[in-house]
Ligand binder design. Structure first.
Ligand code: HPA
Length: 248
């Protein structure tokens, strides 16, 4: 098994890593089943980096159908110990407008009905992992440092609210999330973060704000075209940031 400096999971609008060279594709099976697609392993700015598109490379998997366990276990199987999760999100509070990049430090889970533990199968050991700090603090600090070195503007902190989807939220749901303390809303942050903790993987989230969440902006309809254009624009500096993070 080769050493992988960093694994990156791409979210909506991020189906490959720009500047990943000499790519080999790995079809991996895990005890939890099949991941969302092949893992692409390549060299990014001199570092060995693995990439997996969370929704599949053709965005064919809705958030509640993603096999989060298989995705993380597959990345671990090919040698990754650290995972940077890219999550496309809506912004709720003041500092989290469209095209902002943020590295949240907290989350609230509103999802339901997803397999959220490795202990799902009868007879498996029940795990009660500590999850007070859902994102690995050391990896978070390295993400922030990499952003600084590469000149990428990245908001430090924020609370990610994970919703069920695939529909977007109602204005009232977002108002409740704001009262709860959420700054960001996305559909894939959980159970991924909790499973990473159970697997013993270091895990941090880099949230890409694609739109104002329901009722937060001008009140105009949120379109997929807007979401994808904003993700594209906000992602320009990501290869350098990922390369720098992989180095450290
Ligand atoms: N809500 C939930 N998930 C999202 C959003 C949103 O507004 N935008 C991008 N992913």
């Amino acid at each position: 098994m080769e050493a992988i400096s960093l694994a990156v999971i791409g979210g909506t609008g991020v189906y490959k890593l720009a500047q990943l060279d000499d790519v080999t594709s790995h079809t991996v099976e895990t005890r939890y089943g099949t991941p969302s697609g092949p893992i692409r392993v390549g060299t990014l700015l001199g570092q060995r980096v693995a990439f997996l598109a969370r929704h599949g490379e053709g965005h064919s998997l809705p958030p509640h159908k993603i096999n989060y366990r298989a995705n993380l276990a597959a990345l671990q199987q090919i040698g990754a110990k650290r995972v940077l999760a890219l999550n496309t999100v809506g912004g709720i509070t003041e500092h989290f407008g469209p095209r902002v990049l943020a590295c949240p430090d907290q989350l609230i889970d509103y999802t339901w009905g997803r397999i959220s533990t490795l202990s799902e199968e009868p007879g498996s050991e029940v795990l009660h992992v500590d999850f007070g700090h859902p994102y690995t603090p050391l990896l978070r600090s390295k993400v922030l440092a990499a952003a600084k070195v590469t000149g990428v503007r990245l908001h430090d902190g924020g609370c990610y609210g994970a919703t069920q989807g695939p529909r977007l939220e109602t204005n009232a749901e977002i108002a409740r999330m704001r009262r709860d303390g959420c700054d960001l809303v996305g559909m894939t942050g959980m159970p991924e973060a909790g499973l990473a903790r159970e697997l013993g993987l270091d895990y941090a989230c880099l949230a890409i704000v694609a739109n104002w969440a329901a009722g937060c902006g001008t009140g105009e309809e949120i379109t997929m075209a807007e979401v994808l254009a904003n993700v594209d624009a906000a992602s320009a500096g990501l290869p350098e940031l990922v390369g720098e993070l992989a180095r450290g």
